[in-house]
Design a protein around this ligand. Structure first.
Ligand code: 8YV
Length: 325
């Protein structure tokens, strides 16, 4: 008999077919208590879980006693209670490699759009305000050869450094838990402590996962270290930046602009002060959202689930030690 799995995200037809070749699939719309109650038997029998952007916590796991593997269509896994999964020897699988280049493109897009005020001036053109040759009130600031600060030198940070170094001739500063030899050798990136990076960088790009240590790491004190001409870019996780402090810093002109793909609350509430600021570019968490990359992420997550339920957790597994015990 095929193992049972719960699928809580739509998949392209061919990937659904691949999943159904291996498993008996129950499709649900989310992981809310109502949905779990409605499909209680399927949740109770499921050995696998596949989807993204839902909370997987102790309460859910209590309803899934047979679960052996959970596969998320994302690199980030802050919405999972990893300790609870590990305590039950449930493998947590993710998609760390397939989205790297696409998210780095999004970061570079935010650097360019904020510095050159692309969204703001394009809106002015659409509003019929381009009636004569433009003056300094439409100008932006240069990107090329400015200093890029990268906080978090993982795969995505490295792909951003590559773009900035070779494409834009930007000197690169970075802060991370440890030195990154490849970043230093290939892109001439200079390691520095966070405060120095904040003081010196023209762009501060946040590419950190959300953990207890990174929550509100960018608070009022840290933002106060940035140059008034500097721009903050966040495409990691919203709560890494204290959004109220960021709004205050922008309102007081303490930093020049912000390019944000992630927020403390998503979707961003329509009454957020950020939406009133012309120097803020707010994106709807599009980091990895291209047709190609979202397909590749889903394919990777399907393969990860097949692997994990076959006892293979040497690749893309967050907690291999807990599973192999
Ligand atoms: C997705 C992401 O937005 O991979 C991540 O961690 O943040 C994004 O690629 C999301 O998880 C939806 O699949």
């Amino acid at each position: 008999m095929k193992p049972s799995v719960i699928l809580y995200k739509a998949l392209p037809d061919d990937l659904l077919a691949r999943l159904e070749d291996h498993f008996t699939v129950t499709r649900v719309k989310n992981l809310s208590p109502e949905t779990v109650a409605q499909h209680a038997e399927a949740f109770a029998q499921a050995e696998g879980l596949l989807g993204s952007s839902e909370k997987v916590d102790q309460a859910l796991l209590d309803n899934m006693p047979a679960l052996r593997a959970s596969s998320t269509i994302s690199v980030g896994y802050d919405n999972f209670d990893v300790d609870a999964l590990s305590a039950r020897h449930i493998a947590l699988m993710h998609t760390p490699t397939v989205l790297t280049e696409t998210v780095a493109d999004t970061l570079m897009a935010l650097v360019l759009t904020t510095a050159r005020r692309v969204v703001e001036v394009a809106e002015r053109v659409k509003n019929g305000e381009w009636t004569k040759s433009i003056g300094p009130d439409w100008f932006g600031s240069d990107v090329h050869h400015k200093t890029l600060g990268i906080v978090g030198m993982g795969r995505i940070g490295l792909a951003l450094a590559q773009r900035a170094h070779f494409g834009f001739g930007m000197p690169i500063l970075y802060n991370a838990r440890s030195h990154h030899q490849q970043a230093e050798e290939r892109f001439n990136a200079r390691y520095c402590d966070l405060d120095t990076l904040l003081k010196e960088a023209d762009f501060v790009c946040v590419v950190l996962p959300l953990t207890a240590e990174t929550h509100h790491l960018f608070n009022a004190d840290k933002l106060a270290l940035m140059k008034p001409s500097a721009i903050l870019i966040n495409a990691g996780r919203g709560p890494v930046v204290d959004e109220a402090a960021l709004i205050a810093a922008l309102q007081a002109g303490k930093i020049r602009a912000a390019g944000l793909d992630v927020f403390e609350q998503e979707p961003l509430p329509v009454d957020s002060p950020l939406l009133k600021m012309p120097n803020v570019v707010a994106l709807p968490h599009i980091g990895s959202a291209t047709h190609e990359t979202r397909y590749n992420m889903a394919a990777c997550a399907v393969d990860n689930l097949i692997d994990a339920l076959n006892g293979k957790t040497d690749n893309n597994c967050v907690n291999p030690q807990a599973v192999n015990k």
